[in-house]
Design a protein around this ligand. Structure first.
Ligand code: GUN
Length: 296
């Protein structure tokens, strides 16, 4: 058996078509949804992500602001910028690209973002709302994974979902989302991580295996049940002398061997990757819609 591929490009295109309609509706009421992104320093990967976010805003007809601040920006300067964005009515949602340079306090910055403009859904109040099943926003990457499951017609209710990884950005919110009531959830969830004993014995029980541990090809064929759905959130650069760049991207799953046992699988690149920006855009559109609800 070779697994069916779930491609982020296909799923995100469906969602972008829906977002375009919602953006048109907002524009007809005189509101152009606006997303701002703050980038501190010149981390090359962050520069690429930030550029892509700006380009996608423009493609969708949204207003995009990219604020580039030097690597030696002080905490006070960054906090002042966050406050400015909190008070700028043309900015419906914004985010501060992570990681920040080591001298800056990420937690203090995230806590200062107005929860109503928190496009990443990183603010503790939004994380808490999601946990109690009353979300305003959803964190982009886990929400993207959930949309891939829903829109591929994969049943999640009553299924054993094993999440590999416990980061604040993916693993923890992913586990929390899958135990909620409702579409694309209602699952029985186990979270495993670097300190889990006999991790493979648990991953082998997964009907749906979601992997975000940040280790290249960590999940091998023997760790996956025949017929499982495998979602790979990892992106790791590995050396490959046969590749023009001398390296290439691989996931946290050994794709070539796991695709032989899985029923569905996401490749890297081309799987979950495009979903993160897509769901970020969805959060920005939702933030703009909320301002209309408040003013109507
Ligand atoms: N760095 C890597 N992923 C993300 C993300 O989703 N949001 C922000 N703000 N920074 C990131």
């Amino acid at each position: 058996m070779t697994a069916t591929l779930i491609l982020g490009k296909d799923v995100s295109e469906e969602i972008y078509a829906e977002l375009r309609q919602r953006i048109e509706t907002l524009k007809a009421k005189g509101v152009t949804p606006g997303l701002a992104v703050v980038l501190v320093g010149d981390d090359p990967a962050s520069q690429v992500y930030v550029r892509k976010k700006g380009e996608m805003c423009e493609e969708l007809g949204m207003h995009s602001t990219i604020i580039r601040m030097p690597g030696d920006t002080t905490q006070e300067e960054l906090m002042t910028k966050v406050n400015e964005l909190n008070n700028d009515s043309a900015v419906h949602g914004f985010l501060v690209q992570l990681p920040l340079p080591a001298h800056l306090d990420e937690e203090q910055v995230i806590n200062a973002i107005s929860p109503s403009k928190d496009a990443d859904c990183f603010h503790p109040s939004n994380v808490g709302r999601m946990l109690i099943g009353e979300p305003d926003f959803l964190p982009a990457t886990p929400a993207g994974v959930q949309q891939m499951l829903i829109r591929s017609g994969i049943e999640t209710a009553g299924k054993h979902v094993v999440v590999v990884g416990r980061s604040n950005i993916v693993g923890k919110p992913m586990s929390a989302m899958m135990i909620q009531k409702g579409a694309g959830a209602d699952s029985t969830v186990t979270t495993v991580h670097s300190r889990t004993k006999d991790l493979a014995a648990i991953t082998r029980q997964a009907d749906i295996l979601i992997v975000a541990i940040g280790k290249a090809r960590f999940i091998t064929k023997d760790m996956v049940k025949e017929g499982a759905v495998v979602i790979d959130v990892g992106t790791n650069r590995v050396e490959d002398p046969t590749h023009p760049k001398g390296s290439r991207l691989v996931g946290d799953v050994d794709f070539e061997e796991v695709k032989e046992v899985a029923s569905y699988i996401t490749p890297v690149p081309g799987g979950v990757g495009p979903m993160t920006i897509c769901m970020l855009m969805a959060n920005a559109v939702k933030a703009a819609e909320r301002t209309m609800e408040v003013s109507e």
